[in-house]
Write a protein that binds this ligand. Structure first.
Ligand code: FE2
Length: 175
C-alpha cells in the first residue's frame, strides 16, 4: 500500500526552466526590436517604450529568480562560483537598468547603454541555459514547484508595477 508520492500539481504554472527560458526569449526579442529601431531615425517614442518593457521584464525576472530560483539552486547544485557569478551579473544588469530608467532617448549614451545591457544579458542567458539549467536538471530539483512559485511571484511583482490588471477588471472591460 505504499503509494508513490503524488505528482506535484502544475495547474498554476509551468516548469521553472521552461518559464525562465521563455522570459529569456522574450527579452532577447525586445533587444532585437530596439536594435532595429535604433537603426532608423525619429523612433524616440518607440525606443523608450521598448526600453521600458526591457527594464520591467528584466527587473521582475531577476527579482523572482533571486528570491525563489537561485536560493534553491545554490543548495542543490553546489556550485557557488557559478551562483556568485550569476549574482554579480544581476547586479551589473540592475545598475544599467537604473541608468536607463533615469535617461531618455535624447541622452548621449542611451543606445550604447541599451546595447551593453543587451550584451551582458546575452552572456548571462548563455550561462544560465548552458551551465546552470543542465546542472539543475541533473540535481533533480523540483522545478515544477519552483515554476509555480515563480509564476505567482512574477505576477505579484508585475501587479506592483501596474503591469497587470486584476483578472476581474480585465474581464469586465472586454464586454
Ligand atoms: Fe538571471
Amino acid at each position: 500500500m505504499t503509494k508513490t508520492t503524488p505528482k506535484p500539481a502544475m495547474q498554476n504554472g509551468e516548469d521553472a526552466i521552461t518559464l525562465l527560458t521563455k522570459d529569456h526569449k522574450k527579452v532577447k526579442k525586445l533587444f532585437a526590436d530596439f536594435a532595429k529601431l535604433a537603426k532608423g531615425e525619429g523612433n524616440e517614442e518607440a525606443k523608450a517604450e521598448v526600453v521600458r518593457q526591457i527594464c520591467m521584464e528584466l527587473t521582475v525576472h531577476a527579482q523572482a529568480e533571486e528570491e525563489i530560483f537561485y536560493p534553491a539552486v545554490r543548495v542543490a547544485i553546489k556550485d557557488d562560483d557559478l551562483m556568485d557569478e550569476a549574482d554579480v551579473e544581476h547586479a551589473t544588469a540592475k545598475s544599467l537598468i537604473a541608468q536607463l530608467e533615469a535617461m531618455t532617448p535624447a541622452h548621449d549614451h542611451y543606445d550604447a547603454t541599451v546595447t551593453v545591457l543587451g550584451e551582458s544579458i546575452n552572456h548571462h542567458i548563455k550561462e544560465e541555459e548552458g551551465e546552470m539549467f543542465p546542472k539543475v536538471k541533473k540535481a533533480k530539483v523540483d522545478t515544477a514547484a519552483l515554476g509555480e512559485a515563480l509564476t505567482q511571484r512574477k505576477h505579484e511583482l508585475q501587479t506592483d508595477r501596474g503591469e497587470t490588471k486584476p483578472v476581474k477588471a480585465r474581464k469586465a472591460q472586454s464586454r
